[in-house]
Design a protein around this ligand. Structure first.
Ligand code: LLP
Length: 427
């Protein structure tokens, strides 16, 4: 799985990607700035494609992890579909020209308007609504009937498996709000005849994010397999696809993460027979972080070194509004100076942002170059997933610019917000 510095390296002493120096970008575009490497997205995408090449498959990028239009286009051109969770994300997919038959719509709270939007997408409607509750299924049925349509549906099965990840991003336990139980799936199957607006096409699961072991997935896939067997006799027409969700972890520090090839082998172990002809069941997966996490960094400038008797604080110009993961999940992100010469020696440092909250802290007691000082640049690594997409304007801080490096050149793919952007729509 991807590493923090896999797509960014020191070249001539300056952190760069494809010979493009991050210092040059920061100088031209300003800081803080998110910088992505196109190869960073494409390399793991191609690895998944290769691992699943013997099957009829579709890789739906979980666009909540990074929803910039240029990134969506980059992946769509490579053949990716999209997994999305809101009308806004559907709007983005449409703008990025993602084809209808490559879109799945997940999420526990789809509204009637979002359902209509999904059914109207490109005239034909999206590939599947991954339905998470019986009331949702009933509403979707009504909405579809009112439009004289049948809504394509996968039922999201909650396998009651502990993903052993941060509780905020664990989704496959009975106590979580996601999906429906085996008995509810069977109940739905019994009532399908009354749901004339529903076309049941598949089953989906997603047990959590940043999984560091395949064991919980092994367990969940096993339970899905059992459910598929139970459905074999009960369904009038066979299912068209199964959607195995996302969740494979990446390395932020030194975690050992499951290799993509092993993950694909696990899929084969559980579903290989069903995926082969004649049943030709199609396989979908929804990786987010695996494709985007280590494809991006957040580059920031040191505003002050504030010396305290116990330790030094580096106050940088990025803050929790730009990248909330450390404040929200206490998650670890590697931080490195852009200029390699500053790497040594190191002292224990707290690296913090300017926002008025003590949680606005990117690293505590982190050994960090002692000579890094005012005006110098640092890169917060592994910031491509759930970085910009979770950013806000808290403390009235305009959101950073985003830049993409591709084929040895860089391009701004979202301009820095202005103060006018901050007050747009206010009287
Ligand atoms: N499919 C569904 C239905 C999901 O809910 C998610 C993520 C994914 C796929 C993609 O999961 P991934 O491959 O990225 O792990 N903000 C948190 C992560 C939240 C994940 C939510 N669901 C973070 O920064 O760690």
């Amino acid at each position: 799985m991807t590493q923090p510095l896999q797509f960014f390296q020191y070249e001539n002493g300056i952190l760069s990607s494809e010979n493009v120096s991050l210092a040059t970008i920061a100088q031209k575009i300003g800081t803080p700035v998110y910088i992505y490497s196109a190869e960073g997205f494409l390399t793991p995408f191609r690895e998944f494609s290769e691992g699943l090449s013997e099957f009829n498959h579709l890789i739906c990028f979980a666009l909540k992890s990074n929803s910039n239009l240029s990134i969506l286009r980059l992946l769509a051109q490579e053949g990716a579909g999209m997994d999305l969770v809101s009308g806004g994300e559907l709007y983005r997919a449409e703008k990025a020209l993602v084809s209808a038959e490559k879109i799945v719509f997940s999420g526990v709270g789809k509204t009637a308007e979002e359902m209509q939007q999904g059914l109207n997408y490109h005239g034909t409607g999206i590939y599947s609504f991954n339905v998470e509750s019986i009331p949702e299924l009933k509403l979707l049925n009504e909405v579809a009937l009112n439009m004289n349509r049948k809504a394509p549906v996968a039922l999201r099965f909650n396998p009651d498996v502990d993903a052993k990840t941060h509780p905020y991003i664990s989704t496959g336990l009975k106590k979580n709000k996601f999906g429906i139980s085996k008995s509810e799936v069977l109940e739905v199957i019994r009532s399908l005849d009354q749901l004339k607006g529903i076309h049941l096409k598949g089953l989906s699961i997603h047990i959590g994010s940043q999984l560091l072991s395949l064991a919980p997935l092994d367990d969940a896939f096993g339970r899905l397999e059992e459910l598929l067997c139970a459905l074999d006799q009960k369904l009038k027409s066979p299912l068209e696809f199964i959607d195995l969700g996302g969740g494979i972890g990446i390395t932020y520090r030194d975690e050992k993460t499951p290799p993509i090839q092993k993950y694909c082998k696990l899929i084969k172990k559980h579903f290989g027979k069903r995926l082969k002809a004649p049943s030709q069941l199609k396989i979908l997966i929804e990786p987010g972080r695996t494709l985007s996490g280590n494809a991006g960094v957040l580059v920031s400038k040191i505003i002050y070194r504030k010396q305290r008797r116990s330790k030094d604080f580096l106050v940088i110009d990025a803050a929790m509004n730009d990248l909330i993961r450390p404040a929200l999940y206490e998650s670890y992100h590697e931080i490195v100076p852009i200029h390699e010469k500053h790497l040594l020696p190191k002292v224990k440092t707290n690296i913090v942002g300017p926002v008025c909250e003590s949680s606005d802290c990117f690293a505590s007691d982190r050994p960090f170059p002692a000579h890094a000082d005012q005006g110098e640049l640092v890169a917060i690594l592994s910031a491509g997933a759930y970085g910009f997409s979770m950013s806000s304007t808290y403390n009235s801080r305009p959101r950073p610019a985003e830049v993409l490096i591709q084929k040895g050149r860089f391009q701004v793919i979202r301009s820095r917000e202005t103060w006018e952007d901050l007050i747009r729509g206010e009287d």
